[in-house]
Design a protein around this ligand. Structure first.
Ligand code: ZN
Length: 327
């Protein structure tokens, strides 16, 4: 089945998505970055050039066709910027609607309202508008919901977003991607969304590479959902394992017959809003490959060495995103 899906430049057939990264960021800022603009102002022209220079060679030389920009509403999402990058590179970009997890997002706004009003209804209204009419008056529609939960818990605040997104997803056919904190709560996220009305075929549980337990992956897949190993290049930081471990997990899941349920990404940020990430010198080698080119240049050849076939790689990069968005 194919379907027209929302990209930042307008509707595109799911059949034409091609090689797709399921979770990336052009720009990202931890909420609060706006308050530091005196020291670290956002240079739009420079950021635009950096994004175009990063993406264009991947489109031209490696055939990258589509990326989901998973930046939540509260972390500096900028759909007009995405549109400009898309027009200058030829990359399809799918924008998200949703808020980040309670610990690192901006929960004050909806939490303040929650004592006085039904925030599930508020969030439902926002998500419905962003996927059917447009984001912030631009007419650019979100093509996916981005949901997030905390480590070992889905808080009441986070549950409000899951419940609202599941409802709009059921009504409008918009798929859902998630952030699991350090790979925890995958099955619980799936259960919550399905109970709230979402179709498992429209659910993709993200950051699953945070867990190295194959049984945990199988327990999540048993819900009928997709999973993503989408932090390639971010190694041994933020609760992440090494890339080699993630590659072994993928090879094992492919061997167990799950190649048709896995999608890939880096969760890599091209330009940070606010000051750059203050990583210690010792951490730099660990993130040397945390960039948009890593999967197509390095991870795919590594997977082949582990016995993953060309057909299985094509499933993870092309066929699964096509089926996920086209459903
Ligand atoms: Zn992300």
């Amino acid at each position: 089945m194919s379907k027209m899906i929302n990209t930042v430049t307008g509707p595109v057939s799911s059949d034409s998505l091609g090689k797709t990264y399921i979770h990336e960021h052009l720009l990202f800022g931890y909420p609060g970055f706006q308050g530091d603009f005196s020291v670290a102002p956002f240079n739009r022209e420079e950021a635009l050039k950096t994004c175009v220079d990063t993406i264009k060679p991947l489109v031209e030389q490696y055939g990258l066709k589509t990326a989901v920009d998973a930046t939540p509403n509260d972390c500096g999402r900028d759909v007009l910027f995405m549109k400009e990058v898309s027009e200058k590179t030829g990359l399809n970009i799918i924008a998200s609607s949703g808020y980040y997890y309670e610990g690192e997002g901006a929960p004050a706004y909806f939490k303040q309202r929650s004592g006085m009003t039904d925030i599930v209804a508020d969030i439902y209204e926002m998500m419905k508008l962003e996927t059917t009419v447009g984001i912030e008056g631009t007419g650019i529609k979100a093509g996916v919901f981005k949901l997030a939960s905390s480590k070992d818990v889905i808080t009441d605040y986070e549950k409000a977003f899951f419940t609202a997104a599941a409802k709009v997803s059921a009504e409008e056919g918009i798929p859902i991607i998630t952030h699991t904190q350090q790979g925890t709560m995958g099955p619980e996220q799936a259960d919550l969304l399905i109970a709230a009305g979402a179709d498992p075929k429209r659910i993709n549980i993200g950051h699953m590479g945070g867990s190295t337990d194959i049984q945990y992956h199988l327990n999540t897949l048993a819900k009928g959902v997709y999973i993503s190993l989408d932090r390639f290049g971010l190694q041994q930081l933020a609760g992440c394992p090494a890339d080699s471990t993630r590659e072994m997990i993928i090879a094992a899941l492919c061997a167990a017959g799950y190649a048709d349920r896995i999608m890939l990404g880096h969760d890599s940020i091209i330009v940070w809003k606010g000051r750059p990430l203050p990583l210690p010198e010792a951490a730099l080698p660990l993130v040397a490959n945390w960039n948009w080119g890593h999967i197509l240049k390095d991870v795919v050849p590594d997977l082949k060495k582990l016995g993953v076939s060309d057909e299985q790689i094509n499933m993870m990069l092309v066929e699964n995103p096509k089926r996920f968005f086209g459903y």
